[in-house]
Write a protein that binds this ligand. Structure first.
Ligand code: WTA
Length: 643
């Protein structure tokens, strides 16, 4: 079957289409008040006139100079969007509101894990961003320079990102849960001139030693000239004189101006790079732009979550991942909404922390990951039951497939069967939601429903033929979209090979999926060497290299196996060096070693010591075989297995 963009369904007597399986429909009042009340009509229009649809969205934002062309396909797969246009995403996030009433509206509500809180208006955020941009300028940061940001969840992370973007500098945010090796590798690859960090971050009642980890990483990263340090914990840290500077000292300098012109950028100029793990080897940096990315994330958040300026939006992800970039920092500001950022852990100090936050700040939309839902579900219904969750209007999920049991709990206990759940499938590479419902469509627990307006997807077999509905295959995307990655930083060949090489003209997602006869997509999971642990994207190669950096380990292989809360957990198989003896103590030491080098999220759940690993004759580890053996499943085609 060819791709059907706007599946037309047969309506039943009550006006709703007849569909396969269990379907949850929104209440009429939800439909009436949404920005896009008629899904089919817009889907058809966008499919027939892709450029017209995106131009219409783009016109809702401000441009210094309009575009000559919406989509330039002359050098595929290096697609360009809004060519000829001049723009800066920060102009649309902040500058344009300074002469309107929005300037006094709250842009960001922040709550620390200890309960301290801040409310920052659009005007105050703009002022802070201008000042910090001037500070960065004073430190020599200019358009095109890379800046590494390694911070906790504090408002200053948004300030840092926006200040870079304002100057046209390219930010590279490294998730604060990563450790020395991961950080050093990412700084080195990006050749950043400046790093921004915190003295530490509060998490689960403890302090994450961000500055200390940064110091260790910097022993290997000569490109960094200065480190700006935000004081969060107040616990003493070593400051290297000449290199390290306190954020609050720099910002207090009376010579720093509150005014800073926003750099006029080409629509296709890079906004940021973000490292993510891919099919093979080292993590690679995905490149996103000022123009197309801005339009894509603006339109998706507005339409999928029906976001209005009076909404209180809470995306509970970490700003260090793409979800946080698009939907904590940039898009809520583009939509003039109020957004909550919470510093700490969901169940700290008690399992109702999140529900208390929703009640306290009257949150209207909560967007989180299945792992968090499963984790909080374990504590039972009483904790959410103690709080008034009536402010909630919509819910959302992202990061991995959601099991129907967790979906239904979320729907019933948190949404009181009133709030539709937007299960949004997308990736670091896509920049924006791709397969997703809107509030008006029928929902099936576990399915992201259908491709967003203007998109088409297909499920293919090995040979590139579409599989029949109901069968599993490789999920690919057929049409370009404005927030798509433009390339892999400094490695255009890898961009072409990895994403467009397998099926010419089609974008390979790395996921397997099924489509049902209603045209709904069911993503199953990764088909490459990526493991999604609690929704976090990790590469087997990076974890394995952390393992073999331990003197006792000769070789290592890692796979993901199902886990009740994490979704997938890392299992490692290690061959020890001659003279080393397997023991529980050594396994524990290796787990710690990975945690210290790569980050706590990368710690293997279990380590098994083995004498041999299944390999192909060319020496490639067959993780697929390891996984099948661990799960007691058939090993499949093992004709290439060496013996
Ligand atoms: C998975 C996160 C099922 C998928 C935004 C994808 C999902 C990878 C969903 C990208 C979802 C994300 N349902 N699977 N709603 N959302 N995934 O780059 O495997 O960290 O390829 O981006 O997460 O992870 P990334």
């Amino acid at each position: 079957m060819t791709a059907t963009p706007a599946t037309s369904m047969t309506p039943t007597a009550d006006g709703r289409p007849e569909m396969e399986g269990e379907v949850f429909w929104p209440a009429p009042e939800v439909v009436q008040h949404t920005i896009v009340p008629d899904w089919d009509a817009l889907a058809q229009r966008a499919d027939h006139d892709l450029e017209g649809f995106w131009a219409e969205q783009a016109r809702e934002l401000d441009w210094y100079t309009p575009w000559d062309k919406v989509l330039d396909e002359s050098n595929k797969p290096f697609f360009k969007w809004f060519t000829g246009a001049k723009v800066n995403i920060v102009y649309n996030c902040l500058d344009r509101y300074m002469h309107t009433a929005i300037r006094n509206q709250v842009a960001l509500i922040w709550e620390g894990e200890k309960g301290d809180s801040r409310e920052i208006s659009y005007a105050a955020l703009n002022r802070e961003v201008c000042r910090f941009a001037n500070v960065l300028k004073g430190l020599g940061v200019a358009k095109g320079d890379r800046v590494t940001i390694y911070m906790g969840r504090v408002p200053e992370i948004a300030v840092a990102m926006l200040a870079c973007a304002k100057l046209g500098a390219i930010h590279s945010v490294v998730y604060g849960g990563f450790s020395v090796d991961a950080l050093a590798g990412r700084i080195d690859d990006s050749q950043s001139r400046l790093a921004i960090t915190c003295d530490g971050a509060f998490l689960n009642g403890k302090i994450v030693q961000l500055k200390q980890i940064m110091d260790e990483a910097l022993t290997r990263c000569p490109s960094i000239e200065h480190v700006v340090v935000v004081k969060r914990t107040g616990a003493g840290v070593a400051m290297q004189s000449g290199r390290d500077l306190w954020y609050h000292d720099l910002m207090a300098d009376p010579a720093i101006s509150d005014v800073c012109p926003t750099e006029v950028m080409d629509a296709e100029d890079p906004l940021y790079i973000l490292y993510t793990s891919g099919t093979t080897g080292e993590p690679k940096a995905i490149v996103h732009t000022h123009g197309g990315y801005m339009v894509g994330i603006y339109a998706t958040l507005k339409m999928v979550f029906d976001l209005h300026p009076e909404d209180r939006w809470w995306c509970a992800a970490d700003p260090g991942w793409v979800t946080g970039h698009s939907y904590i920092v940039y898009s809520p500001l583009l939509n003039a909404a109020t957004s909550l950022m919470y510093e700490g852990a969901p169940a700290f100090p008690q399992p109702d922390r999140w529900w208390a936050l929703i009640e306290k700040y009257r949150i209207s939309i909560l967007y989180t990951a299945p792992t968090a839902i499963r984790g909080l579900m374990r504590f039972g219904d009483d904790w959410p039951g103690r709080h008034d969750l009536s402010s909630l209007r919509l819910l959302g999920t992202v990061g991995e497939p959601i099991n129907p049991e967790a979906w239904k709990w979320y729907h019933r206990v948190i949404g009181h069967e009133r709030c539709p759940i937007m299960d949004t499938w997308w990736q670091t590479e896509t920049g924006m939601f791709m397969i997703t419902p809107t509030p008006v469509v029928g929902l099936k627990p576990g399915s992201g429903t259908r491709p967003f307006f203007g998109l088409r997807a297909e499920i293919l077999d090995e040979a590139g033929n579409p599989v029949p509905d109901g069968e599993e295959g490789y999920l690919v995307l057929l049409r370009p979209w404005p927030a798509m990655l433009r390339t892999v930083y400094q490695d255009p060949d890898r961009y072409v090979r990895q994403y467009w090489g397998r099926y010419p003209g089609k974008y390979v997602t790395g996921d397997s999926a099924k489509r049902d006869r209603d045209g709904y997509y069911w993503v199953i999971g990764r088909v490459d060497d990526v493991i999604k642990v609690s929704g976090y994207r990790l590469g087997t190669a990076e974890i394995e290299s952390a393992l073999v950096s331990h003197p006792a380990v000769a070789e290592a292989a890692t796979i993901g196996l199902p886990h009740d809360v994490k979704g997938t957990a890392i299992h490692a198989y290690c061959i020890l060096r001659q003279g080393e003896t397997p023991s529980d103590a050594l396994a524990a030491e290796l787990r710690e070693h990975v945690g210290r080098h790569m980050g706590p999220i990368a710690k293997p759940e279990a380590i098994t010591f083995v004498d041999k690993l299944p390999k192909t004759r060319s020496g490639k580890i067959m993780r697929r075989v390891l996984k099948a053996r661990a799960l007691g499943l058939p090993e499949g085609d093992i004709s290439t297995l060496e013996e």
